[in-house]
Ligand binder design. Structure first.
Ligand code: GLN
Length: 224
């Protein structure tokens, strides 16, 4: 996400303008919106409820909640196909918990309707059983220098990471709980429920870099 190179002045100016959407049909979208604002007050945060809310976004968060309900609402509001096409065209999308379920290609334990289904992952819903269906732990996360505090609530687990995706965080027993695939990011836990804004900051940076590269490629196509 960050390559360690200092951004140019133009990049910094452009970077301040990113607009990040938070899917707001169900689940803890308000917490994500607050975390984005805390991570970077220059980010414009937009709640997404209809296809027109997707126009001009530089990134989208699909929050935690209940994936069956959220998927049904995606279909009912006509959001399923527009989100999928935007993600296929390169829009950075980050799914947390239920959002991870909606991003995965294969689901064990009941595939919801209205899935985005683009990440090369097999995800097990409600993977932690009744006794420990909610728990918290500290995890190393690829791309961050310090461990993060991870809150799992009736969380899914990544059973298989396909060749197009890569694991970013694992539990001590090796089970995968975060993955990325290019501009798509999935976490089984809820970073929006801790005070630590580092993962939101990481996602904002990936949205800024993607916005800059889109602007540069459209500028190049104008002059060529
Ligand atoms: N168990 C929920 C589901 O299957 C996800 C829980 C969450 O997002 N915290 O959709």
């Amino acid at each position: 996400m960050t390559n360690g190179v200092q951004p140019s002045e133009r990049e910094t100016r452009n970077a301040q303008r990113v607009t990040i959407g938070v899917l707001a049909v169900q689940g803890d979208f308000a917490e994500h919106a607050a975390m984005l604002r805390r991570a970077d007050p220059a980010v414009v945060v937009r709640e997404v409820r209809t296809p027109k809310d997707l126009a001009g976004l530089d990134g989208l968060i699909v929050p935690g909640g209940e994936s069956t309900t959220m998927g049904k609402l995606l279909v009912a509001y006509g959001l399923e196909e527009p989100i999928k096409s935007a993600a296929q065209a390169g829009l950075p999308v980050w799914g947390t918990c239920a959002g991870m379920i909606l991003l995965a290609r294969e689901i064990i334990g009941g595939a919801p309707d209205g899935r985005i289904g683009l990440m090369d992952l097999t995800v097990q819903r409600n993977a932690f059983g009744r006794q420990i269906d909610s728990f918290e732990t500290d995890l190393a996360f690829k791309g961050l220098e310090h461990p993060i505090h991870a809150v799992f609530i009736r969380a899914p687990l990544v059973e298989r990471v396909g060749p197009e995706a890569e694991a970013l965080a694992t539990l001590p027993d090796g089970r995968v709980v975060a993955a990325r695939q290019g501009h798509l990011l999935a976490t089984a836990f809820h970073p929006e429920l801790t005070p630590d804004t580092s993962l939101h900051a990481l996602f904002i940076r990936s949205c800024q870099q993607s916005a800059i590269s889109h602007q540069e490629s459209s500028r190049r196509s104008l002059v060529s």
